[in-house]
Design a protein around this ligand. Structure first.
Ligand SMILES: [Zn+2]
Ligand SMILES: [Zn+2]
Length: 382
C-alpha cells in the first residue's frame, strides 16, 4: 500500500534487475512503517451453509505441507502440529515428495478439532502432482498416465491436483489433461523462491519479523497466470481450485509452520470434519482459496440459485429465467464476479447478486484493503 502511495508499480519494478535491487530498501521502509501493527489472532470460528436441506461447514485447511519424510525438509511432526493448531486450521494434508510415510500421523488431534491427512507430492514428467486419497505410495510415478492408472486401481476416489503450475522453476505442463482434477491457484513457496534475491531476503525478514505475516501479503499481487489457466480449463469441465503454503520448515526462524501455515489456506464446505467428508467436498470442487493472514475468510459464500435449488462451486446450473449468483463476505470488502477473466460485476460491501443472463464459467475474487484475499472455485452456467 505504501508502494502504491509512492505510485510505484511493484510487479513491474521487480521484473527489472535494477528494480529488483531497489525493492529491498523500499520494502524495508514498508517493514518499518507497519512493524508496529498488532498480529492477527487465529482461532477456529465456524460457518455453516445449507444446501439442498443439508448443513455444510466451512473447514479451513493446509493442503500442501512437507515433513522430514521429504528430501528437502527435516521437520518433525510435532512442529507441524503446533503450527496447524496455532493457525486455527481444521485440517492439514502432509504431502511429502515421493513418499507416503506420513500416513502414520493420520488422525484427529487437539481434542478432535484438527484432522491430519496424508497425501503425496509426486515428481512426474509433467511437474509436481499432488495426489490425495490415492492409496499406497506408487514407486513407478514418473509417467502421469501410468501413475494415475495405478492410483485409480487402488483408490478410485483419489484426487490429482497440479502443484504450483506456473512456477518458473517447477511448472506443471498439462493441467488441462483430463487426468488432472484441479490446480493450485496460489503456492507461497513458489512465490518465495521465484522472487529475486533481495526480495527473498526481504520475504525472509517479513516471515520472521511480522506477527501474522500481514505485511507478506502486501508483496504479492493477483496470481494472474494461474487464474487465466484456471478459467480456461474451468470453461471446459469441472476443475478444482486449491491454494497452499507448501511449507517445508527449512529455516525455523523465518519459515516455521506457525508463521507460514495460517497465511494461505484452502477452505472446503463439507458435511463433517472426517476424511470422507473432506475428500468428498474437495472432489466436488466445494472449495475456495484464502489469504487468511489478511483476515479470517470464514463466512465467505459463493453459490448459484436456479429453479429453487442452490448450488455451490464445482457444480453446473442450466440457464433459467431465475438463475442468479450470490457472494457474501464476512466483512466489507471489494467483491468481483469474474467470467472468463472479465469482471462482470463489482461491489464494495458484503453482498453481491448477479442475475446470470449468459452461459459461462463464473468465479469470485475478493480484495480486502486493496490486497488479494479470496479466490473461489467456479460455477458453470450452461
Ligand atoms: Zn512442488
Ligand atoms: Zn511441495
Amino acid at each position: 500500500m505504501i508502494l502504491h502511495f509512492f505510485n510505484v508499480n511493484y510487479e513491474k519494478l521487480k521484473r527489472s534487475t535494477r528494480g529488483c535491487v531497489m525493492i529491498a530498501p523500499l520494502s524495508l521502509l514498508l517493514v518499518l512503517a507497519v512493524s508496529s501493527c498488532a498480529g492477527f489472532a487465529y482461532d477456529r470460528t465456524t460457518h455453516e451453509i445449507v444446501i439442498g436441506g443439508e448443513t455444510l461447514h466451512d473447514f479451513k485447511g493446509a493442503t500442501h505441507v512437507h515433513s522430514k519424510y521429504s528430501h528437502d525438509s527435516t521437520s518433525e511432526f510435532d512442529d507441524i502440529l503446533a503450527g496447524a493448531i496455532h493457525g486455527g486450521l481444521d485440517f492439514i494434508f502432509i504431502t511429502d515428495h515421493n513418499n507416503g510415510e506420513s500416513k502414520e500421523w493420520e488422525g484427529f488431534y487437539d481434542d478432535e478439532r484438527l484432522l491430519v491427512l496424508s497425501g503425496i507430492e509426486y515428481s512426474t514428467n509433467w511437474g509436481h502432482l499432488l495426489i490425495y486419497n490415492g492409496g499406497d505410495f506408487v514407486p513407478d510415478y514418473r509417467d502421469v498416465p501410468t501413475l494415475i492408472e495405478t492410483v485409480r486401481a487402488q483408490s478410485p476416489e483419489y484426487l490429482a491436483i497440479a502443484a504450483h503450475p506456473s512456477s518458473s522453476k517447477k511448472p506443471f505442463d498439462h493441467p488441462e489433461s483430463e487426468l488432472i482434477d484441479g490446480m493450485e491457484i496460489i503456492n507461497l513457496s513458489t512465490l518465495f523462491y521465484d522472487a529475486c534475491i533481495p526480495e527473498m531476503i526481504l520475504n525472509a525478514l517479513l516471515l520472521g519479523g511480522i506477527p501474522g505475516n500481514l505485511l507478506l501479503q502486501t508483496l504479492y499481487d493477483k496470481p494472474k497466470k494461474n487464474l487465466a489457466m484456471f478459467d480456461a480449463i474451468g470453461e471446459e469441465r469441472a476443475f478444482i481450485a486449491t491454494g497452499s503454503t507448501d511449507a517445508h520448515g527449512r529455516f525455523p526462524l523465518v519459515d516455521s509452520y506457525s508463521k507460514t501455515l495460517p497465511t494461505i489456506t484452502t477452505h472446503v464446505f463439507a458435511r463433517s470434519l472426517s476424511p470422507e467428508s473432506i475428500y468428498e467436498a474437495m472432489r466436488r470442487g466445494r472449495t475456495y482459496v484464502a489469504l487468511d493472514a489478511s483476515d479470517d475468510a470464514k463466512g465467505f459464500e459463493f453459490y448459484g440459485r436456479s429453479r429453487g435449488s442452490k448450488l455451490l462451486p464445482g457444480e453446473e446450473i442450466d440457464l433459467a429465467e431465475d438463475a442468479e449468483l450470490i457472494a457474501r463476505t464476512p466483512v466489507i470488502a471489494s467483491i468481483r464476479l469474474v467470467e472468463s477473466g472479465r469482471v462482470v460485476k463489482k461491489v464494495d460491501g458484503r453482498f453481491l447478486k448477479f442475475e446470470a443472463v449468459d452461459p459461462g464459467f463464473y468465479r469470485v475474487e475478493v480484495n480486502l484493503r486493496g490486497r488479494p484475499w479470496i479466490y473461489s472455485s467456479g460455477i458453470r452456467i450452461n
